[in-house]
Design a protein around this ligand. Structure first.
Ligand SMILES: NC(=O)c1ccc[n+]([C@@H]2O[C@H](COP(=O)([O-])OP(=O)(O)OC[C@H]3O[C@@H](n4cnc5c(N)ncnc54)[C@H](O)[C@@H]3O)[C@@H](O)[C@H]2O)c1
Length: 338
């Protein structure tokens, strides 16, 4: 069984590849190794995967390069495509819009087209799973209206960032694609994955766990928006990987579904910082910042739909997940000062 993973040098792509290689699967991974964050970390993840034996093949390929993408899929004949390569981050989109158009819109379209060509010519594709984001819920939650978990049936027509708009567009494109090609030879089922703030070892240096841990280890103050009164549904990476691996074998009967992948248990950011300080053995210094317009007040997931599909529930308590994250990060920070 061959699994094709885009963004394999990224946090989630790497973690999926590691798990699947451990199970003896063949993994073909692509990434353009861009410098949105330090490519040293991306290369180190690839080096880790290379250590896991000969079942891993890496190709430096850009999602915007349609012909290379299609040729690679046709030659490797994957039965599952895990498309988690993208321009991530909400804030970067304030100044670098074109990256989102190339990677998230053209790139996503190219994946759909390559999967169709694969299915038409080889008939081997059982399921496409692609990364969406909790940010599609956008302006749904405001202070005072914070007791409701986000559900897949909620309104998502209020994206608050270009990043969220591209993820929403990917979902819409996939829904239309599955509809218009239903019954044709190139049709395949697809699942969209709305991730809610994923953390863990090998995590992204632009996300709060690494930013906060780095500040604590260097004795800098931690900028906390809205005095720490923002809520996030931190989901441990192994729980995410478990959900994706189970979902791989469960293509949606309707053709296309989107699922929340979150923890259903939001944490206030100031509490999160305290727990992180405890596992790092540091007393955090806090620098209170105003609430920027790109940040949603509270995100947390209603995961009943995913539970009904695959019987999944997140299993890792924040304290345990952060301890494992800290064990990795202290070693990494000591080596690379990132
Ligand atoms: N980590 C989270 O908490 C989180 C939350 C919501 C959604 N997501 C989504 O999950 C997916 C994976 O996120 P991640 O945290 O692993 O991010 P990441 O940035 O670590 O990984 C994405 C990878 O995609 C690669 N990439 C970007 N543009 C590319 C292109 N044009 N061609 C080829 N490769 C390209 C990058 O080099 C990177 O290695 C993304 O789609 C992201 O938007 C992540």
């Amino acid at each position: 069984m061959t699994i094709f993973i885009t963004g394999v040098a990224g946090f989630i792509g790497f973690s999926l590849a590691k798990r699947l290689l451990g199970e003896g699967k063949q993994v073909v991974g692509i990434d353009n190794l861009n410098d949105y964050y330090d490519p040293t970390l991306k290369q180190a993840r690839l080096d880790e995967l290379a250590k896991l034996g000969g079942n891993f093949a890496f190709h430096k390929t850009d999602l915007a390069d349609a012909s290379s993408l299609t040729a690679l899929m046709l030659s490797t004949k994957p039965s599952v495509v895990l498309h988690v390569g993208a321009q991530a981050s909400v804030r970067y989109g304030l100044t670098n819009q074109v990256a989102y158009l190339n990677s998230n819109l053209i790139g996503h379209f190219n994946i759909l087209a390559a999967c169709k060509a694969l299915q038409e010519q080889e008939g081997c594709l059982a399921h496409l799973l692609y990364a969406s984001s909790s940010s599609v819920y956008g302006g749904n939650a405001k202070p005072g209206e914070d007791t409701k978990a986000f559900c897949e049936t909620d309104n998502v027509m209020e994206p608050q960032s270009l990043y969220a708009a591209t993820k929403l567009a990917d979902e819409a494109m996939t829904e239309a694609w599955c509809h218009q090609f239903k019954g044709s030879k190139g049709w395949f089922p697809a699942s969209g994955l709305r991730f809610f703030t994923v953390y863990g070892p090998w995590g992204r240096p632009d996300m709060s766990p690494v930013l906060f841990a780095s500040a604590m280890l260097d004795g800098r103050a931690i900028p906390l928006f809205n005095g720490g009164d923002l809520w996030r549904d931190f989901t441990y990476i192994d729980d995410i990987v478990e959900a994706v691996v189970r979902l791989m074998d469960t293509p949606p009967a309707r053709g296309h579904e989107v699922y929340n992948l979150g923890n259903q248990n939001p944490v206030r950011m100031d509490e999160f910082v305290q727990v992180l300080g405890n596992v790092l053995g540091k007393q955090p210094l806090v620098d209170a910042k105003p609430w920027p317009p790109t940040e949603v007040y509270k995100t947390f997931a209603d995961t009943r739909k995913l539970h009904a599909a695959i019987g999944w529930a997140p299993a890792t308590p924040l304290q345990d997940g952060l301890q494992r994250f800290a064990d990795w990060y202290v070693a990494w920070h000591g080596k690379f000062k990132v």
